[in-house]
Design a protein around this ligand. Sequence first.
Ligand SMILES: O=C(O)/C=C/C(=O)CC(=O)CC(=O)O
Ligand SMILES: [Ca+2]
Ligand SMILES: [Mg+2]
Length: 401
Amino acid sequence: MTPTWVPGADATLYTVANLPYGVFSRPGEPARAGVRIGDHVLDLAPVLHDEVFATGSLNGFLARGRTAWRDTRRLLQRLLAADAKEVSANRAALESHLIPLRQVRLHLPVEIGDYVDFYCSLEHAANVGRMFRPGDEPLKPNWRRLPVGYHGRSGTVVVSGTPITRPRGQRVAAPGDEPVLAPTAKLDIEAELGFIVGTPTRLGESAGDFADHVFGVTLVNDWSARDIQAWEYVPLGPFLGKSFATSISPWVTPLEALEDARVPGREQDPAPLDYLRRHEPWGLDVSMEIMLNGDQVSSPPYRDMYWTPDQMLAHMTVNGASLRTGDLYASGTVSGDEPSRRGSLIEITWNGAEPVKLSDGQSRAFLEDGDTVTITATAPGPGGTLIALGEVTGTVLPTPA
Ligand SMILES: O=C(O)/C=C/C(=O)CC(=O)CC(=O)O
Ligand SMILES: [Ca+2]
Ligand SMILES: [Mg+2]
């Protein structure tokens, strides 16, 4: 692995092999784009002499497409390498644009276009099917034929650290009861991987190669109110139980940083229709961790997902629906085959029947006011190293009176 001259960075999971992009600001200054290296952010506009990075979102850069993404990453890797010729000449200038993370505020990295949430984990779909539709087949006949999804609310996608107000909504205490309007009693999380679109398509066209359109990945927590969801979703699907907030990591990890994480993706039976056929391995060996008030409550494995992100993209555009720069689509809850690898509390606690015990002696069925949930993830990097994918965190606030 190429060492860097940035102090301390080689001892972190944010080496030159990683270099996620984000948007930051210092007090009193406008937001602008940077890459993370170690515990610093490199201010890109002055370093690259490019005004596209002097704006408060990555969209302008994402719209430039794959060749520009690759060239920029290569240049940054050269500028940050310990032995680079470019560096010895202007090291002092580069250093002046390297800012400690503790001095900056991190913003939503992308102006989100459309937001789609899929349902790609077989284990999650089967678990939730059993709880929401007891007595029915857990997986509907379409589930193995296409990646099921729904359109979410892009205006409520927020950056990690944004407090989450407990939503109120219509819910019933037990089947057959009269509905009431009340704060949710079943506030939950969903650990997911999100994909950020760079290159758009025209209306009426379907998308080409996954890596031509998708710039990179971000961690997602799709906050969910299970009681509101269970009452409202029939027959049109998730609505207010999921539209109140979706948190994402401030860092977008480019696909190129995930080369060593690529895996074939889970075997599919029956074979999907031709337009959903996989041409390249786009399963990703990303290991996630969910912390609740500082205790690890689960470690979901993304590599075991049934549908891969290239298939989600093909499906989402097969009808000619266009992509816009900044679109976000998420994998759906990442759940593995064991209780300790499930991506939501409704599954971990089996709808509250088996609360999780925390190290402070408390236990949780669903989230209480004041609770903090943090999702982190790592993936293989070059030569047996790991890269980190940032984190997405949020604390629950009470419903206002
Ligand atoms: O009705 C159901 O089976 C459940 C649906 C979801 O929870 C929707 C969702 O957000 C999908 C996911 O994250 O996997
Ligand atoms: Ca979800
Ligand atoms: Mg949501």
